[in-house]
Unconditional design. Sequence first.
Length: 206
Amino acid sequence: MTFRLADVEPPPDVFAAVMATGILSIATANHHYREISETMRVLASLGLVVLVVLVIVTHRFAHWDLTDPDVTLRLFTFVAACAVLDSQLASQAVLVQALGVVALVSWLVLIVLSTRNMSACAWSGLRDRAHGAWELASVGTSGLAIVAAKVARYTPEHWWLAVAVPVWLAALCIYGVMTWLILWRSVAQRQNPAREGERSSPTRGF
């Protein structure tokens, strides 16, 4: 069996691996397992670099349909990954600011794309497609708020605090909308299970 890099097809939420590893690093640091925390942080940092290179080398981004809300919402894992790593680099002001800028720019792009994509769909259509991964938009947004607060605290750029507060409020709003869509779908499925079974049939399009 021959392995070819061109055959690798990372999904839009591939950066969730970095996000999860970074969260474990923070959790172990809070429980004073310093060696484990440092190891996980290194793995998360290397993972982010490797995955970014992988996506670029395989040209996978060219195959992602950026008009699909399911794609752009899952891509918020990149913002979350940058945010988780940034929250561990408080003592390194340059890296904190650099990752903060990357997280902010990618968040702005994804917010615009996701808003456009969701606006093009009816609410009932969004309801039928909503699932737990859509909450990643709120996770990435709240992560950006934390990053902005840290940049404001640990660098001379205190104006970042003016970014942190509205972004945090946006995260709450996004969480509310996504949770409502998921709950609405759950209720709709219970009220009409036959229709849901027909919609998800392999002989029909999603």
